[in-house]
Design a protein around this ligand. Structure first.
Ligand code: SAM
Length: 394
């Protein structure tokens, strides 16, 4: 969930009609496993922050995994509530890994030893190494991290290869993709949503009529975010499903993602005759190399260039802002140090004055008649001290 989510929004999103509410508040009395929504509604542990629309969808798509030893990765832990709830939802889960950049998440303690938290930037090599050290593959990956386009796309490039053959990669809170602060905008050609929409072309790579790999459709994103997309991995994308703010990318063995051999069944062809020979054939796209719409990118190079320039400008503006802030913080620090230094100089001058006064006093004392007259007494006292010292020594 985005950081700005307000408590009112949460309350609002949790509102249900009276009858719906009473149903949801209770766990099923007939022994059926509780739905995810029911687990959320009755949850009393660490806080989790989710939109209700996700939970209804998760109940549908997680059903197949519910009683399996699933391995789950959630990017974005925050208070850790979603990890606790997922552990209850999947009683047979083998491993539930949460990753968060916030070091405070490292202090979270869970009663369930199937839950582990990795602290670090999810797009850092070392973090990736620690995550995949806990589970080599994941049946479900949920990205509920920064919600920034670059982070989302880079995390997908990094972790989709670890999704198991029948697993899924879910990205939450894609409404942020429409907002500038999250590196997006309605028609931003490089936003996270533009990226996931482009996966539709990847799925249909065999129909392009161009001798190009699926990764070609993602080339602008690869370049913009300095990542690579493996074509074998892309060929394992079975479906891309969009719901409000949510995208689910399902993985399947490559052969299940092809259109396959045509089925022409039945014996009566009253409208289109002679269909039978098509049986068993595969779709063959005509060559599209001369098709102007097959050249360049969907968004058009100009738009992408503009997008890139706008992004660079936003980055420069942010850097300039940071620089001004850092400069004024440093100026305040220097000012404080200067004040400290001049106070130290004043103290030093005061002490030097006192020292000079004392020296004058001592000099005056030594020049005095009484000091000179009592000199023999001081010599005698020194001798006596030495003598006494020798006597006491065994
Ligand atoms: C919306 S919260 C997660 C909420 C949690 N999944 C839940 O359901 O309650 C987003 C979290 O993502 C973390 N985050 C932001 N950028 C990240 C990054 N690059 N890598 C890992 N975690 C990140 C933030 O520190 C924050 O705790």
């Amino acid at each position: 969930m985005p950081v700005e989510r307000q408590p009112e929004a949460m309350n609002k999103s949790g509102e249900t009609s009276a009858s719906e509410g009473s149903e949801l508040d209770e766990e099923p009395a007939d022994g059926r496993a509780p739905s995810l929504r029911q687990l959320y509604d009755t949850h009393d542990g660490k806080v989790s922050d989710k939109w209700p629309a996700y939970l209804a969808e998760y109940d549908r798509i997680f059903a197949q995994h519910r009683d399996r030893p699933v391995r789950i990765l959630e990017i974005g832990v925050q208070n850790g509530g979603s990890l606790e709830i997922l552990a209850r939802y999947f009683p047979q889960a083998a491993m539930i890994v949460g990753c968060d950049i916030d070091p405070t998440c490292g202090t979270l303690r869970f009663d369930d030893d199937r839950i582990a938290v990795v602290v670090g930037d999810v797009n850092d090599d070392e973090t990736e190494r620690r995550i995949v050290g806990l589970a080599e593959q994941f049946d479900i990956v949920i990205d509920d991290g920064s919600h920034r386009s670059a982070d989302i796309i880079r995390a997908f490039a990094r972790y989709f290869p670890y999704v198991a053959q029948t697993g899924m990669y879910i990205v939450e809170d894609l409404h942020c993709s429409y907002w500038r602060d999250y590196e997006g905008g309605l028609y931003d050609p490089l936003s996270s949503l533009s990226f996931f929409k482009r996966l539709v072309d990847v799925i249909n790579n065999e129909h392009w009529g161009l001798d190009l790999p699926g990764s070609q459709a993602l080339a602008v994103f690869a370049e913009a975010h300095n990542v690579t997309f493996d074509d074998a991995q892309l060929a394992s994308i079975h479906a891309v499903r969009f719901l409000n703010s949510l995208c689910i990318v399902a993985k399947r063995p490559t052969q299940e993602n092809r259109l396959g051999a045509r089925l022409v069944e039945g014996s009566v062809s009253a409208v289109a005759a002679n269909m039978t020979p098509l049986k068993g054939t595969t779709s063959k796209a005509a060559d599209q190399t001369g098709n102007p719409w097959s050249l360049g990118s969907i968004a058009g190079d100009e738009e992408i260039q503009t997008g890139r320039e706008l992004r660079q400008k936003a980055r420069i503006d942010a850097l300039a802002r940071d620089l001004v802030e850092a400069h004024s913080a440093k100026a305040t620090e220097v000012e404080a140090l200067r004040a400290e230094l001049s106070a130290a100089w004043a103290t030093r001058a005061g002490l030097e004055g006192k020292l000079a006064g004392r020296e004058m006093e001592i000099r005056g004392l030594k020049d005095s008649t009484s000091w000179r007259m009592t000199a023999p007494l001081r010599v005698l006292s020194r001798c006596a001290r030495r003598l006494l010292g020798n006597i006491r020594r065994p």
